[in-house]
Design a protein around this ligand. Structure first.
Ligand SMILES: NC(=O)c1ccc[n+]([C@@H]2O[C@H](COP(=O)([O-])OP(=O)(O)OC[C@H]3O[C@@H](n4cnc5c(N)ncnc54)[C@H](O)[C@@H]3O)[C@@H](O)[C@H]2O)c1
Length: 452
């Protein structure tokens, strides 16, 4: 009887979208947050992927089988399993659909980033919030990374004074960066392009750090490295459409076969179970050739943003670098803060195939320095967070699923308004890349001219 009462008091969650990222939520709900949370159902286009998670729940967490529903039975799932909160973890272009349908069915929503892929869908979500009175949290896990929190703390303490200029240069390596060109992210209408899908994290961090609202955006971007035409212009020829079972792709350093072998930081058994074994069901091909046809996103991007507090951001994203990390500088009227982070790189032996993820001198490096305007510069030590996304995932899950309000002096919990601001920068950048002109953020969002 006591147990039943405790069970019934648990917050009930449904998970829509059971691909790679879903694991964070499944593990949190079935393990670290199990005392006060309950995963009551899962929904996806793929039964194979949902079955994988049910096996994972039983084998890794000694958890019972969770009821599963194919995508066309979403409302039935809500009716029969009665979640309080729906977690949306589908491909980006479907977020708005499930956010809105969940709210209309009486649920609050937690959505993976980006909130959605374009401003029309942003507006539809905002309308649904107004209409239903339900709440939306967007999971910007990087806000919970100890380094990102330290930067926010230092800025709140006023170490640079009023932030006026931000330089943020981000590079993705040929493993992580290439991965966006192997699957749905490579199509702009599915992901919004990387200035929405990926940079939503970075724009959100800047908006949060400097407490600014974007006003206008100018951007340039191209597909310069990946894609068939670029490979051909370098005299390279890749005949295969995908990598799995392709003998010729064996020595291709960009290859990612779904044959069960581990691959540059990706677990082979998971890739095979989640994607290869589900192909016949949904036609989702996870390992497309990054030098194939059909890529409609950019791989090289530069963006300038003007903020309502007078600050300007100069941002770039390059997706085919030999190492991954970023350089950041925030300059204000009292000083400057500089950050350098190198996550390490993936070195491929010349014979192809073999690799060393941790070449000598290639380990994680982090440097945070403050340069007061007329004072001595000093370094700030930040503990490296443990686990996925440098501790960001665990920190976020603790706050997201806690039954008691967690003290949040840094204001890390991201609302729909925060998520709108970061998608808006990406959407304006997309328009600016098309037209060659700067874009006014509010004009794009509201579809009407704004007073200067
Ligand atoms: N915050 C982070 O650090 C982080 C990291 C990775 C992914 N993500 C986000 O998580 C989400 C999922 O990414 P992923 O890497 O797991 O992708 P994935 O391709 O592995 O999984 C996407 C899942 O969505 C399902 N899906 C597609 N259309 C659907 C529909 N109409 N109805 C129901 N299910 C549908 C697919 O079948 C698949 O199982 C994305 O929004 C991505 O941006 C966030």
């Amino acid at each position: 009887m006591v147990n039943q009462t405790v069970m019934s008091q648990k917050q009930r969650y449904s998970l829509v979208g059971t691909g790679g990222r879903a694991r964070l939520y499944v593990d949190a709900l079935a393990d670290t947050q199990r005392e006060h949370c309950r995963l009551v159902s899962m929904c996806d286009r793929s039964q194979v992927r949902m079955d994988y998670y049910n096996r994972h729940l039983q084998e890794e967490h000694q958890h019972g089988v969770v009821p599963t529903f194919k995508a066309d039975r979403f409302e039935e799932m809500i009716e029969t399993t009665r979640p309080d909160i729906v977690i949306v973890c589908t491909t980006d272009v479907m977020h708005h659909e499930y956010i809105i349908r969940a709210m209309e069915s009486g649920c609050d929503v937690i959505s993976e980033k980006p909130m959605t892929v374009d401003v029309g869908k942003v507006q539809a979500i905002r309308d649904a919030i107004q209409r239903t009175g339900r709440s939306l949290r967007v999971t910007f896990n990087l806000r919970y990374w100890p380094l990102a929190m330290k930067i926010r703390e230092l800025l709140l303490e006023g170490v640079v004074g009023k932030p006026m200029a931000v330089d943020f240069s981000y590079v993705l390596d040929t493993s992580h960066g290439a991965d966006y060109f192997r699957r749905w992210h490579r199509e702009k209408d599915q992901s919004g392009g990387l200035l929405v899908h990926k940079s939503t994290h970075h724009f959100d961090l800047v908006n949060w750090w400097i407490e600014g609202q974007p006003q206008s955006v100018y951007a340039l971007g191209d597909l310069k490295f990946y894609g068939k035409a670029n490979a051909e212009s370098r005299g390279e020829c890749y005949e295969y459409g995908r990598y799995t079972d392709e003998v010729k792709a064996e020595k291709d350093p960009f290859s990612m076969p779904l044959d069960g072998k581990d691959h540059r930081g990706f677990r082979g058994s998971v890739l095979r179970s989640l994607y290869r074994e589900a192909e016949a069901e949904t036609g989702y091909i996870r390992d497309q050739n990054v030098f194939g046809e059909g890529i409609t996103i950019e791989d090289t991007m530069a963006v300038m943003v003007r903020y309502n507090n007078g600050a300007v951001l100069n941002y770039s994203l390059v997706t085919y670098c030999s190492w991954e990390g970023f350089r950041l500088a925030i300059t204000g009227d009292k000083g400057r803060l500089e950050v350098y982070v190198k996550y390490g790189s993936h070195i491929i032996a010349e014979n192809g195939g073999d690799e060393s993820d941790e070449a000598e001198g290639d380990e994680y490096q982090e440097r945070l320095e403050v340069f007061p305007m007329f004072g001595h510069p000093y370094k700030v030590d930040v503990p490296k967070g443990e686990g996925s996304h440098f501790g960001g995932d665990a920190g976020m899950a603790d706050q997201l699923f806690s039954c008691d309000p967690v003290a949040d002096p840094l204001n890390r919990a991201a609302s729909e308004a925060d998520a709108t601001a970061s998608v808006l920068i990406g959407a304006c950048a997309n328009q600016s890349m098309q037209t060659g002109l700067p874009v006014n953020c509010l004009e794009l969002l509201e579809g009407r001219p704004q007073a200067e």
